[in-house]
Design a protein around this ligand. Structure first.
Ligand SMILES: [Zn+2]
Length: 136
């Protein structure tokens, strides 16, 4: 496992990614940045007039990492305007878990532009989560 990028670097990228969100309906702009196999990937939420097709920032970022061939999630930062900062939704927690060899070693940090911060491990956010280890 590559050592995680500095939390500050991930947070800076998440903050910048938030500016690229496409959220004309909810106005709830989300930016994410994460590290997979030592590389950083960004995401922002992308909404659709057909609401069920909206996609979260965290999944945009991890899908970009997966598409680049990365498989080992190491750290995540998420930026919203919420106070306190919002944690990832349940769907994103499940998708993040898919790429976390050790969920207890993956730090998830939530921030907002005011500088507030909350932090967990992925294991704390999705305890006893379903994984491929349970499939035959
Ligand atoms: Zn989500």
């Amino acid at each position: 496992m590559t050592s995680p990028a500095s939390s500050a670097a991930l947070e800076t990228r998440a903050l910048a990614a938030q500016q690229r969100a496409y959220a004309p309906y909810s106005k709830f702009r989300v930016g994410a940045a994460l590290q997979m196999n030592g590389e950083l990937f960004d995401g922002a939420n992308i909404e659709n007039a057909s609401y069920g097709l909206c996609m979260c920032a965290e999944r945009v970022a991890i899908f970009a990492g997966a598409l680049a061939g990365k498989r080992d999630l190491e750290a995540v930062a998420v930026c919203t305007d919420a106070s306190p900062p919002s944690s990832p939704c349940g769907a994103c927690r499940q998708v993040l878990l898919e790429f976390a060899a050790d969920p207890a070693a993956v730090t998830v940090t939530a921030i907002n532009p005011k500088g507030e911060r909350r932090s967990w491990t992925l294991a704390q956010l999705i305890p006893d989560g379903f994984s491929g280890r349970e499939l035959p």
